[in-house]
Design a protein around this ligand. Structure first.
Ligand SMILES: [Zn+2]
Ligand SMILES: [Zn+2]
Length: 468
């Protein structure tokens, strides 16, 4: 057995993990590096030659969830390699990419992305996937800021590996985390735990439960009649926090645009059949352009009774605000900003997003209500202690993988933390610590060299043929 952490040991995002038996290899996630604060992605793996090299001989790719730092390179993968994702996650990803396809100049790329997404295979939670000879892969639901997120139990060559993906225990779905591990995963020993460690650089940060957020949101909604909300358009649990808080206020509409309504409809038809919390009924959408007569009735209702409206920092919403804000009493109007605070922190030059900052500054009042989509130190500790892997803990999705040892885990477990390449018993662990940029370059160069060699060989062959 060989485990390769292609990326993730020294960075958040761009996750790629490979698990290989003597004759078969699979990938868990094929993520793109996160964009910088200007929206620019630096990723030398983001091209077909590099991904063809990386996926050469791979049997299948399994995605934990639809965030770009886990799925982002999917459209470079050759069609012959099956790609798997949760069924609802697939629907959301298609919906999102249809929306992206409206961006001018992106038509061709979107067409390729959508065609690859349509072909993706789906799996059923807690049902074993045995399509790859010698492997049994079982996906289990986790709570994260993406809907339909999974951790994977991978069984092969008598070994059992738990890959957590991104997860947390402080969302509505988080209460299933430890019972799921207890019931399905530790019934037999786990050899290797591959765990996210995003919060390792913020060990002291106290995370709030989504329920606490909901209470705060209700308080704000009591104080303000006109509530705009800026949060991730595909974060099921956060959207449920706002929708369920809003339901405390009768006769105010819950408003968004058509794209967001499409996403909410997917949530209602899937997760919403299991709990009312995820049933986004009575959602009203404004149409483009804002002055369309179709919007008149809804806007009158909003002005009269107040509202909760989901917005994004885009050109369209800026235009909509140009029309809406002057019609509203500024004393009664607020934006609840519910994303990572550093994006709108003008003192954080590295992370501040100018378009976000300009957008939030348009509102007469701002309230910041947010909690992380990632596992807190306590959650990481609980998972490590419960899984209690026999051989190794490999921290990924972290800028401070070495901080794993600071968790309140047993001394025996601390000794099992692996952040460099090693061989333990009969498991080879290869951890790529080269910065992603150089790795991409290396792969691309190797590919180019092979291509040239092949070309030379072919030319020699023809030269010989000619002579004959
Ligand atoms: Zn991630
Ligand atoms: Zn994620």
């Amino acid at each position: 057995m060989k485990i390769t952490i292609h990326r993730g040991i020294n960075q958040i995002g761009g996750c790629i993990t490979e698990i290989a038996t003597a004759n078969k290899r699979i990938l868990i996630d094929l993520g793109q590096n996160l964009p910088d604060n200007k929206g620019i992605v630096e990723d030398n793996l983001a091209n077909s030659p590099a991904i063809e090299m990386l996926t050469n001989g791979i049997e299948a790719i399994f995605y934990t969830h639809y965030h770009g730092d886990h799925i982002g390179l999917f459209h470079y993968v050759p069609d012959a390699i099956p790609q798997y994702i949760g069924a609802t996650a697939k629907q959301v990803a298609i919906c999102k990419h249809k929306q992206l396809s409206r961006i001018h100049g992106r038509e061709e790329l979107s067409e390729r992305e959508l065609s690859k997404l349509e072909k993706m295979r789906t799996f059923v939670p807690a049902q074993q996937i045995t399509d790859i000879e010698g492997f049994t892969i079982t996906p289990f639901f986790v709570s994260h800021s993406a809907c339909d997120s999974f951790m994977f139990l991978i069984e092969a060559e008598g070994k059992r590996i738990l890959h957590t993906g991104d997860f947390r225990d402080h969302g509505y779905l988080g209460k299933g985390l430890l019972p799921t591990i207890e019931k399905y995963i530790i019934k037999e020993k786990v050899d290797i735990l591959i765990s996210e460690g995003t919060m390792l650089s913020r060990l002291d940060e106290r995370v709030q439960h989504e329920k606490e957020l909901r209470k705060k949101v209700i308080e704000v909604m009591k104080r303000y009649k006109n509530v705009f909300v800026m949060c991730s358009s595909t974060d099921l649990e956060r959207l449920a926090t706002f929708h369920s808080a809003h339901n405390h206020f009768e006769k105010r509409p819950f408003v968004c645009d058509i794209f967001q309504q499409d996403v909410l409809n997917i949530f209602t038809e899937t997760a919403g059949t299991k709990t009312d919390l995820f049933n986004f009924d009575k959602v009203y959408s404004l149409q483009y352009p804002i002055h369309s007569p179709n919007n008149t009735k809804l806007i009158d209702w909003m002005k009269d009774r107040g509202f909760c409206m989901l917005v994004r920092a885009t050109k369209k919403f800026n235009q909509w605000l140009d029309a809406l804000l002057p019609q509203l009493d500024s004393q009664e109007t607020v934006l609840i900003y519910s994303m990572w605070p550093e994006y709108v922190n003008p003192d954080n030059a590295k992370h501040v997003k100018d378009d976000y900052l300009k957008f939030v500054e348009r509102f007469p009042a701002i309230e910041k209500i947010h909690t992380s989509g990632h596992a807190s130190a306590e959650a990481l500790t609980d998972v490590c202690n419960l899984v209690n892997p026999t051989t190794a803990i490999i921290p990924i999705h972290s800028e401070h993988a070495n901080h794993f040892g600071k968790l309140n885990i047993t001394e025996a477990l601390k000794l099992k933390i692996v952040t460099e390449s090693t061989v333990i018993q009969d498991i080879e662990i290869k951890i790529n610590t080269i910065k992603y940029k150089d790795e991409g370059k290396e792969l691309a160069e190797e590919y180019e060299k092979k291509r040239k060699d092949n070309f030379k060989r072919r030319m020699n062959f023809f030269a010989i043929l000619k002579k004959v």
